[in-house]
Design a protein around this ligand. Structure first.
Ligand code: AMP
Ligand code: GLY
Length: 424
């Protein structure tokens, strides 16, 4: 089977690495890919958001399946365009991807289908926003409605903070059109978990859980990032909670989307908060998480290509997905300064000694090569180091041994990935 993977970060590296091990894969192509992916798949320098370019490539290479990694091409309708060409894509349609593309759509959808979530208020002017902020005593979350590369969410403690964040979005155009309308949400407490399901539009099955570490620094301090590391399975979850999340969140979402005329096909990522009143939806994403994929896929013990085939044929019903019982953790090495300003093009240490270690994977998130073929940094999150181990302690030891041995002086990483948190 000819498979094209769209994207070029750590998530796509983990996806491509998993697909490359399938006996059903004959040819694996990634666009744009990265220097890590290049070592085992053919890469083409076509941006993930270049819808026409990706369609042309898929046609040229006679792709049997296109796996769309990031949210932007999904929200822009890459799946729909590929379908017009008769090419099968794994991922939701433009309309179904609204679950991530519009936070308002997603909140209203959950409300219509009684899916547990925080209270929220939709605002397009500062006066409405201020009234809601005052009602919540400033203990709230301000969110830009549209896609803002993970930066459009401000968790607030005070009226001042929330008012400033709202003004920046509504009046100062901080996120352009994405922030022209905002949500002021009730701020809920608990432990977060990322839950991944795969759906064929009619049926869904859980494919793994993880806990992301979103803040930049240890002990969950510092600004929000795309994710500084992850652990799988999510420590906050157990079989009962997984079932509760499936029955009260995943299943009504798949049924609701079908009922409303946008059957959801592909990966559904539910970001949930386990509160004292049970799991509630923080957000939906229409794709795998990054860096969660780097811990979810290494634990997958069912062939990913056959899961995708069953999704495309709408025959996921009764499919079981098997995961290895071991834990996985991934530690992200980021450029100093991230998620604020950081330098690109900084030389990276050689990674040769780490790639063949048992139960270790070095995924490239933001790397590239200079004109002398040296590996350089090319993003905020640069590498993510995954280890598999019999228990969390063992995983942490193995992953941090490698992170320390890489010893990239211009980078930084959290030292507490996978340390257990208590429910607050
Ligand atoms: P999002 O991009 O929607 O996942 O939000 C980023 C982070 O903000 C989440 O991972 C949570 O830590 C936090 N967050 C978002 N919404 C809420 C909420 N309603 N209550 C508490 N924390 C939230
Ligand atoms: N790690 C969070 C995300 O992928 O959105």
């Amino acid at each position: 089977m000819n498979i094209l993977v769209v994207g070029g970060g750590g998530r796509e590296h983990a996806i491509a690495a998993t697909l490359s091990k399938s006996p059903l894969t004959t040819k694996l192509i990634v666009a744009p890919g990265n220097p890590g992916i290049e070592t085992f798949a053919e890469c083409y320098p076509i941006a993930a958001e270049d819808i026409l370019g990706q369609c042309k490539l898929a046609k040229d290479i006679k792709a049997d399946i296109v796996f769309i990694g990031p949210e932007t091409p999904l929200v822009l309708g890459l799946k729909d365009e590929l379908s017009k060409l008769g090419i099968n894509a794994f991922g939701p349609s433009k309309k179904a991807a609204q679950l991530e593309g519009s936070k308002t759509f997603s909140r209203n959808f959950c409300k219509r289908h009684n899916i547990p979530q925080p209270e929220f208020k939709y605002c397009t002017d500062i006066d409405t926003a201020k009234k809601q902020i005052e009602l919540l005593n400033g203990y709230c979350v301000v969110k830009a409605d549209g896609l803002a590369a993970g930066k459009g969410v401000v968790v607030c403690d005070t009226v001042d903070q929330a008012t400033i964040a709202s003004r920046e979005m509504l009046e100062k155009n901080k996120f352009g059109d994405a922030g022209k309308s905002i949500l002021i949400e009730e701020r809920i407490n608990g432990i977060e978990a990322s839950v991944f399901a795969v759906s064929d539009g009619n049926n869904a099955v859980l494919i793994g859980t993880a806990q992301d570490h979103k803040r930049a620094y240890d002990n969950d301090e510092g600004p929000n990032t795309g994710g500084m590391g992850a652990i799988s399975p999510a420590p906050a979850l157990n079989q009962n909670l997984n079932k509760e999340i499936f029955d009260n969140i995943i299943s009504p979402t798949i049924n609701g989307m079908k009922l409303e005329g946008y059957p959801y096909e592909g990966i559904l990522y539910a970001g949930v908060m386990i509160t004292k009143k049970g799991p509630k939806v923080i957000e939906f994403n229409c794709r795998f998480g990054d860096p969660e994929t780097q811990v979810v896929l290494p634990r997958l013990n069912t062939d990913l290509v056959s899961i995708i085939q069953k999704t495309i044929k709408k025959s996921l019903k009764n499919m079981t997905v098997d995961l290895i019982p071991q834990n996985a953790i991934t530690v992200v090495i980021a450029s100093k300064g991230y998620p604020g300003e950081f330098e690109k093009g900084v030389l990276l240490p050689s990674l040769k000694n780490f790639n063949d270690r048992n139960e270790i994977s070095v995924f490239h998130s933001g790397t590239s090569k200079d004109k002398n073929e040296n590996l350089i940094s090319n993003g905020g999150r640069v590498l993510s180091i995954t280890s598999i181990g019999a228990n969390v302690k063992d995983c942490r030891q193995k992953a941090y041994d490698v992170v320390e041995a890489i010893n990239w002086e211009q980078g930084f990483y959290r030292k507490d990935i996978g340390k257990l948190q208590k429910l607050s």
